[in-house]
Ligand binder design. Structure first.
Ligand code: AMP
Length: 205
């Protein structure tokens, strides 16, 4: 199964993409995770993209596409793609290569996203994500995986959040029309388990 998951920042895309991918036995490919991995590596490319990511700006289409294309090529059996495509030109690149069979939309109002983003924390070392209210770590401020410090992402600060939500409405939402024949719209402003139950029911998985 080749599946896209679309939604605004903090709509729960990463969490639900993980659940769907495990259920279907395919990898969860997240453009944001791949880019943050590159950023953490301290490579010349990583340093170049770090500033743009922290400001909440979209990276050049070709740069992100090259990274995603390599991963798609490694997994002909299928994937759950999260964070890509984010613009109509990215969608055209993807569709010309392999078009998704299903598209899950997590529908969440901006106000809910902003509330969720404020509480979001990530591990500075491994990148695992948490939420102080909805998905807390076992020990406050510390990653369950590796015991390292939890921090707020640079692009989770208010100015960057506003920029990313505006980009989502202007550039990513038009993709819903493109994929309307395979769109599964889910009410995303519920708890993790409720959203997951609705996805399973609607997809029959
Ligand atoms: P995310 O974790 O999906 O919110 O992505 C974090 C950041 O990575 C975004 O704010 C962008 O700066 C960059 N990014 C991720 N995916 C894309 C994409 N498809 N196109 C351009 N930039 C992206």
């Amino acid at each position: 199964m080749k599946l896209l998951i679309i939604g605004p920042q903090a709509s729960g895309k990463g969490t639900q993409a993980d659940l769907i991918a495990k259920r279907l036995g395919v990898p969860h490919l997240s453009s944001g995770d791949l880019l943050r991995e590159e950023k953490r590596s301290g490579s010349p490319l990583g340093n170049e993209i770090a500033a743009l990511i922290d400001k909440g700006e979209l990276l050049p289409d070709m740069l992100v596409w090259e990274m995603i294309r390599k991963r798609l090529a490694e997994h002909p059996e299928g994937w759950v793609l999260d964070g890509f495509p984010r613009t109509t030109s990215q969608a055209a690149m993807l569709d010309a290569y392999q078009t998704p069979e299903k598209v899950v939309l997590l529908d969440v109002q901006d106000a809910v996203c902003i509330d969720r983003i404020t509480g979001r924390r990530v591990c500075a070392a491994c990148g695992k994500d948490y939420h102080i209210k909805y998905k807390p770590p076992k020990r406050e401020g510390v990653c369950d995986n590796d015991g390292k410090e939890l921090v707020q992402r640079g692009d989770d600060h208010p100015d960057a959040v506003r920029r990313r939500l505006a980009d989502y409405h202007a550039k990513t939402e038009p993709l819903l029309h493109r994929y309307q024949d395979r769109l599964i719209k889910i009410k995303g402003d519920q708890g993790i388990q409720e959203v997951w139950a609705e996805i399973r029911k609607r997809m029959g998985i």
